[in-house]
Design a protein around this ligand. Sequence first.
Ligand SMILES: [Zn+2]
Length: 46
Amino acid sequence: MNDRPPPPCPECRRIKAHYYAADRAGDRPAAEAWTTAMGRHLRQAH
Ligand SMILES: [Zn+2]
């Protein structure tokens, strides 16, 4: 993930919320899966 300002897209916010929750929980596989999901979403929806 990067440090750019949060994008306004609801799906981006949803994915980022899941990512940060997984990151805070120390669940690296889940965090990496959400990072992948975010990359896919950015390509498909933006
Ligand atoms: Zn988005």
